[in-house]
Design a protein around this ligand. Sequence first.
Ligand code: BTN
Length: 240
Amino acid sequence: MKKIVKTEIEKLLIAGNVRDVLVYDCVESTNDCALNTGATVFARTQTKGRGRNGRSFFSGEGGLYFSIALFFEENQIRLGSGALIPFSAGRLTVSAGIAVAKALNLFGIDAKIKWVNDVYVAGKKVCGILAERRGDIAAIGIGINLNSSIPDDLASKAASLNAPIDPNVLAASVINGFFHELASPDIEFANANCITLGKTVECEKGIGVAVGIDADGALLILIGDQTERLYYGEVRFLSA
Ligand code: BTN
């Protein structure tokens, strides 16, 4: 099974978006490393892989764990192209979800977005995404169960792709795609490939039917006769 190699991934990344690339065998969390250093950080395992809302993220051997650092200027994010885009955790996360799903599609895998921070294949989670900010740096952390042994207690909800994919090629495709989506998110793709849509969901706004994703990446939920916008947060499915 191939591993992430600094020289290989650097060759595949489109120049300008990523400053330094750091590759470790093991760290506590690549998000912490990216937030502390401003580098884009890869690790083969994590001892304190972090998910949303204080949850842990399983980060054993065989997975692909990395965090992309982004830089703020006057509360906006400066892209490698020079463009400034407004910061929103939702937009970062949706852009990353689109990039992961499209990258997996390139390998023939039918991946779907579960708004806002998960990617699913055949009804199970294969990828989690976590956007965090510390000072002038944001980190968008992505964990993909590429060739992982999923623990029994997670196996009903999570799966590993178990595909002969070079992690360097997959990671580069996700990162290059992520910067493309950040500049101009393919919301049509997100709407066409989101398993949340059409479901009855419960969220901080109440209970309603998820009907779409808007240009900012917000989830549109029909609650009674009102369409509410959820920019970020937990969504629980009440219908299958
Ligand atoms: C979630 O499922 O709630 C989000 C999981 C995000 C996991 C990734 S793995 C790389 C990066 N480092 C972390 O500690 N978390 C993210």
